[in-house]
Design a protein around this ligand. Structure first.
Ligand SMILES: Nc1ncnc2c1ncn2[C@@H]1O[C@H](COP(=O)(O)OP(=O)(O)O)[C@@H](O)[C@H]1O
Ligand SMILES: [Mg+2]
Length: 273
């Protein structure tokens, strides 16, 4: 049973107080049009939580609402039990939330190092210490620090964007499709890097188009559909849930099997009309 009836909404969640708790968020861009329709999510300390769902489901809108970039019309958002509903993004950064948007996530005319400096513009005295920590997570960037971010490949830019978001030492990192537009090898690297960041102690919410891959790496996941919670549960459970497969992961393989079985049995086995 993975359908999100009320008690099962956050299936598989650990005990204790969530780090981040979005409860019944309603949000949207245009007055009178809600994109999120009572959407909920919890993230516990140390968790890697995925959000999957069809295009236009509201995944990016949810992340933006969590980061103060889309107004929350009703519902509540708390961080460590304290309300952060409708706080501004720069205040959320001070409170320990980091966000990597899907696109336009680096300053192309600045060098890698300057991009990382922007990450701590509110606390510049932290730069040297944090740079060391962050470059240890992204050793590939160390020798390229003086290069302009605009000259980098998609995969490298994604690295810079993640590194920048990690500079202020967030406790929560929100990632919007870090694998989008990358080659399969670079996608794998993006997933491994996300895992590495999580293992280093950062709790992560990751939105992903590549649903199967996301379900493989995350502790728990939420399936969003039309701005609502559709399913939730441990990643590996959702990956094998027939309903989730049918509706969100693609049924091509099952369809092929069914067609082959139908050919074998023939029409005489069909129920009489
Ligand atoms: N800036 C915006 N202004 C108005 N509508 C938007 C804006 N961004 C997204 N939307 C609409 O919100 C809905 C959800 O979009 P989005 O959150 O980007 O979905 P997803 O990330 O799941 O693909 C879509 O119908 C989209 O057209
Ligand atoms: Mg999106």
């Amino acid at each position: 049973m993975t359908e999100t009836t009320a008690p099962a909404l956050h299936r598989g969640e650990p005990q204790g107080e969530p780090l981040l708790h979005a409860d019944s968020l309603v949000a949207g861009y245009v007055p009178g049009v809600n994109i999120l329709n009572e959407c909920s999510l919890v993230l516990h300390p140390g968790e890697l939580v995925g959000i999957i769902g069809p295009n236009g489901a509201g995944k990016s809108t949810l992340l933006k609402a969590l980061f103060g970039l889309v107004g929350i019309r009703s519902g509540t958002l708390t961080l460590q039990g304290e309300s952060i509903t409708n706080l501004r993004a720069d205040v959320l950064v001070q409170r320990g939330v980091g966000f990597v948007p899907q696109t336009n996530n680096v300053f192309p005319s600045l060098t890698i190092e300057e991009n990382l400096q922007m990450g701590v513009y509110q606390t510049p005295h932290k730069f040297a210490d944090r740079l060391e920590v962050v470059l240890a997570l992204f050793p590939e960037l160390t020798h390229r620090r003086k290069q302009r971010a605009g000259a980098l490949s998609g995969g490298e830019r994604q690295m810079v964007a993640m590194a920048r978001a990690l500079m202020p030492e967030p406790s929560v990192l929100l990632l919007d499709e870090p694998s989008a537009g990358l080659s399969p090898v670079r996608q794998d690297e993006a997933f491994l890097r996300t895992r590495r960041i999580n293992k280093a102690g950062v709790s992560v919410v990751i939105v992903e188009q590549n649903a199967r891959r996301a379900l493989q790496i995350c502790d728990r996941a939420y399936v969003l559909d039309q701005g609502r919670n559709a399913y939730s549960g441990p990643g590996r459970e959702l990956m094998h849930d027939p309903k989730v497969i049918e509706l969100y992961l693609g049924t091509l393989a099952t369809d092929v099997d069914a067609a082959r079985d139908a050919e074998r049995t023939g029409p005489e086995d069909s129920p009489a009309a």
